[in-house]
Design a protein around this ligand. Structure first.
Ligand code: SF4
Ligand code: SF4
Length: 411
């Protein structure tokens, strides 16, 4: 499509869209950019083949600024205003973020904007709902907290094999489908934390509008995010990215990895590299960043205004930095899978991936959760030290020794 056709179509779409006041123009990278009459620059992506466009940068509301033991609402107000002004009008909250205060502050602060000028997203935690009635009650509570009549995007929260089972038990998907029919949910998806195998099952269960997955350049192989991205892309399901900075660890990196990035682009932050990496993937609709400081927002807006996809030479630089960073990981496993199948069925790369993630972010809860999701007969403690796997490992990892170490730590 040439520029003229694109603009013609975009303007036709814009006339039909709820965001009719937006004016379309084309970004240097071919991305669609829509101005909120304020001269905003944030790159946007079209939602499937509809008139809807979503900013590539979304405001994650899980790590809002704090003051005196609560959310610093004055600072959040300033950040929301700056985000809206720049066209970053996608806000992602959830029932339990900040103990429920995240949803409340979304309702309080976004109210001053026309409802059709921003997107509000929340999620259904089936494990908290606890029953069919609980799902209904909780959804109603979320609408009230957010002071809204509908959610633009809504998800089954944190699906893994266990939560998927729970949401089926409580008929959460049926209820949410009904809410969609009633217009209280505009687009229905799920957020996900498990293996590509579990993802396949969930993807087949419904005609999802979108999915939210953990995606960043470290997890691309380590956490099997690549496989997850490919499954969703094959199914035509747009991807919303969470943890693009891996809980902030890709912002700080190691001195060696940072030096490599600085040498290539002295002005660019480590975060900018990580965000550009995920946003360069064509099936990514929106990249969520949990912004705690105004400086985070400003740096992110700079990165996305407009987005410059990573060039091939830049990818090579990032690969080099990643290699330097990985040297510091607890287990230098690349998830190549040459070591499997293990004769007794130990899921070696999966265990190492989870363990590395834990060593980087220190999140014990997440580690236990992910580790317990591995079937009992495939865990580290099942290794009988036959040594077959280690012979195949290109990284020369002493696999049985490492598994015993992990099994000991789990105990
Ligand atoms: S050493 Fe342990 S993990 Fe490796 S193949 Fe033998 S039993 Fe499996
Ligand atoms: S062969 Fe080595 S690097 Fe590859 S998945 Fe197994 S442990 Fe990891």
């Amino acid at each position: 499509m040439n520029r003229r056709d694109f603009l013609k179509n975009a303007l036709t779409f814009a006339a039909l869209a709820p965001l009719a006041r937006l004016i379309a123009r084309e970004g240097a990278d071919g991305d669609k950019i829509f101005d909120l009459r304020t001269g905003s620059q944030v790159s946007r992506r079209r939602f499937r083949n509809t008139a809807l466009t979503v900013p590539l940068l979304g405001f994650g509301m899980m790590r809002l600024p704090q003051k005196n033991g609560g959310i610093d609402s004055q600072m959040v107000r300033k950040m929301f205003d700056a985000a809206m002004k720049a066209g970053c009008n996608y806000f992602d909250t959830a029932y339990m973020y900040h103990g429920g205060d995240s949803e409340k502050i979304a309702g309080e602060l976004l109210r001053k904007y026309p409802r059709d000028s921003y997107y509000l997203t929340s999620k259904m935690p089936s494990w908290i709902a606890g029953s069919e009635k609980g799902v209904e009650r909780l959804f109603q509570e979320q609408l009230e907290r957010c002071k809204t009549e509908y959610f633009d995007f809504y998800m089954l929260h944190a699906l893994d094999a266990t939560n998927w089972e729970l949401s089926q038990k409580y008929r959460a998907l049926d209820f949410l489908k009904e809410m969609k029919k009633q217009g209280k949910i505009r687009r229905l998806g799920f957020s996900f934390h498990d293996t590509p195998e579990v993802l396949q099952t969930i993807v087949k269960a419904h005609d999802w509008d979108f999915a939210q997955i953990q995606l960043n350049y470290l997890d691309w192989e380590l956490y099997r995010s690549k496989e997850q991205y490919e499954i969703l892309t094959k199914e035509g399901i747009p991807v919303i990215v969470m943890e693009p900075l891996r809980g902030g660890s890709l912002s700080s990196l190691t001195p060696e990895a940072t030096a490599i990035l600085r040498k290539s682009a002295p002005e660019a932050s480590n975060s900018a590299w990580a965000l550009r990496y995920v946003a360069s993937l064509p099936n990514v609709l929106c990249v969520l960043s949990g912004m705690t400081l105004m400086e985070h927002l400003q740096d992110n807006l700079k990165t996305f205004s407009p987005l410059k996809p990573l060039s091939e030479p830049e990818r090579k630089v990032l690969e080099e930095a990643l290699a330097a960073y990985r040297k510091r990981l607890a287990v230098p496993c690349t998830a190549c899978k040459y070591c499997i199948p293990c004769p007794v069925g130990v899921e070696i790369p999966r265990i190492f991936g989870i363990y590395n993630q834990y060593k980087i972010n220190g999140n014990q809860w997440l580690f236990r959760n992910n580790y317990n999701a591995i079937p009992a007969d495939a865990r580290a403690s099942e290794c009988v030290s036959c040594g077959k796997c280690a012979k195949h490992c290109p990284q020369k990892i002493n696999i049985p020794a490492m598994l015993h170490k992990i099994a000991g730590e789990v105990k």
